[in-house]
Design a protein around this ligand. Structure first.
Ligand code: PGA
Length: 263
């Protein structure tokens, strides 16, 4: 089975509730005005998702109802419930209407010292609740320059997916996001993305042989309307995790268009 392209808009810490609703309404309208993309989304041949801040998840799910556009958490805590002030569980994400959640975004690793072990526990919590984790991996500039990129990616993939109980290849998505490409405008070349993502696919073939061919690997890091098609043309790039360019519904939709499977 072919891998269904997936485009996820990671809003990070942007947008008020009012802006969220406005964005969702305008995205829905934009999609309705584009019959080809809209029919691909409706038929499940292209998947779109937005990842707003926690407090806007329920409102986004409500505003996007009927559009087939999914809602995604930007993070999750590994316990289902308990005395963990300030945290949000996978059950709560599901309750708010989420289908996916990010685990181990590089900003969480960098600013909140998230470890591979925590990323693994978060992914396990999501799977337990029926949500699909989007496990983010990727090397920093100094790691790449020091020749350690593939070692870092391998460590993050192996530790992040360790012992996870997946039932189908669609249960989990990997996002390869080289840290040096995030928010910098310096997108990885399609060849660099492919090299890393083919490497990740090889690891998956070893770890999860029956699922690997159908698992989706997204690229993230300065994805824009004008570079998505070239990235998507690579055999192991199955979609995009988009930050800055996802904050405008028009630009997000253009990226979605660029990711459409060719008919
Ligand atoms: P960017 O962010 O598209 O703004 O580079 C990507 C991400 O952090 O997921």
């Amino acid at each position: 089975m072919a891998r269904i392209p997936l485009i996820v808009g990671n809003w990070k810490m942007h947008m008020t509730l009012e802006e969220t609703t406005r964005f969702c309404v305008s995205l829905k309208q934009g999609l309705a005005g584009d019959p080809r993309t809209s029919s691909l989304v409706k038929s499940g041949a292209l998947e779109l998702a937005v990842a707003p801040p926690f407090i806007s998840l329920a409102a986004s799910a409500e505003a996007l109802r009927g559009s087939s556009i999914c809602v995604t958490g930007q993070d999750v805590f590994w316990a289902d419930t308990g005395a963990y002030t300030g945290e949000i569980s996978s059950l709560m994400l599901r309750d708010a209407g989420c289908r996916f959640a990010l685990a181990g975004h590089s900003e969480r690793r960098q600013y909140f010292q998230e470890t591979d072990e925590e990323v693994n526990r978060k992914a396990a919590a999501l799977l337990r609740t029926g949500l699909s984790p989007i496990v983010c991996v990727g090397e920093t500039l100094s790691e790449r320059q020091g020749g350690a990129a593939f070692q870092v990616i391998e460590q993050q993939v192996r530790a992040g997916l360790k012992g996870l109980a997946m039932k189908s290849p669609q249960d989990l998505v990997i996002a390869y996001e080289p840290v040096w490409a995030i928010g910098t405008g310096q997108t990885a070349t399609p060849e660099q993305a492919e090299e890393a993502q083919a490497f990740i696919r090889k690891l998956l073939e070893e770890m999860l042989p029956s699922f690997a061919p159908e698992m989706r690997i997204l690229y993230g890091g300065s994805v824009k309307p004008d570079n998505i098609s070239k990235l998507m043309a690579m055999p192991d790039v199955d979609g995009g995790l988009v930050g800055g360019a996802s904050l405008d519904s028009g630009s997000f939709l253009e990226i979605a268009r660029g990711a459409c499977p060719r008919s």
